[in-house]
Design a protein around this ligand. Structure first.
Ligand code: 4NP
Length: 157
């Protein structure tokens, strides 16, 4: 089987999608799944920047070091490279759709749509709130990561 690949996408690639990347890296590693995992933003505000300090702190609290992650912008080539492109909220989904070229292979979905009982819910933007928002973001992206892992495992079976 080829190595599955997933790209997590939010607006700035400094708060939510780096945490989703970190959570999925961890569940994939725990499951022994070799996957290509990355994150990107639909905007270019934070290209080359490290994650938000509050995301770095929340990831560290969960035992994951994300200080070396760097922001990048979603590009058309991502739709040919990744099996899954996963947005955090409806605004991300609209921005992703605007970037999608014809003939891409990526399956595009909103993260919590993959979680039983949480369909239609968004991973809200914690940027303008306090650290508790980042704890909530971690819980949401971790639930999404586990659901995505289950999907990958179905494809493996
Ligand atoms: P993210 O959060 O999309 O989860 O990375 C944001 C980060 C930065 C901005 C907005 C959202 N910003 O406007 O700079």
């Amino acid at each position: 089987m080829t190595t599955p690949s997933v790209l997590f996408v939010c607006l700035g690639n400094i708060c939510r999608s780096p945490l989703a990347e970190a959570a999925f890296r961890r569940v994939a590693e725990e499951a022994g799944l070799d996957a290509e995992i990355d994150s990107a933003g639909t905007a270019d505000y934070h290209v080359g920047a490290a994650p938000d300090r509050r995301s770095i702190e929340e990831a560290a609290r969960q035992g994951v070091d994300i200080r070396h992650y760097r922001g990048r912008q979603l590009v058309e080539a991502d739709f040919h490279r990744f099996d899954f492109i996963i947005g955090m909220d409806r605004s991300n989904m609209a921005n992703i759709a605007r970037c999608e070229p014809p003939g891409g292979k990526a399956r595009v979905a909103m993260l919590l749509d993959l979680v039983a009982g949480q369909e239609g819910r968004e991973v809200g933007d914690p940027y303008y709130g306090g650290p508790e928002g980042f704890r909530r973001t971690w819980m949401e992206v971790e639930a999404g990561a586990k659901a995505l892992l289950a999907l990958f495992n179905e494809d493996r079976d």
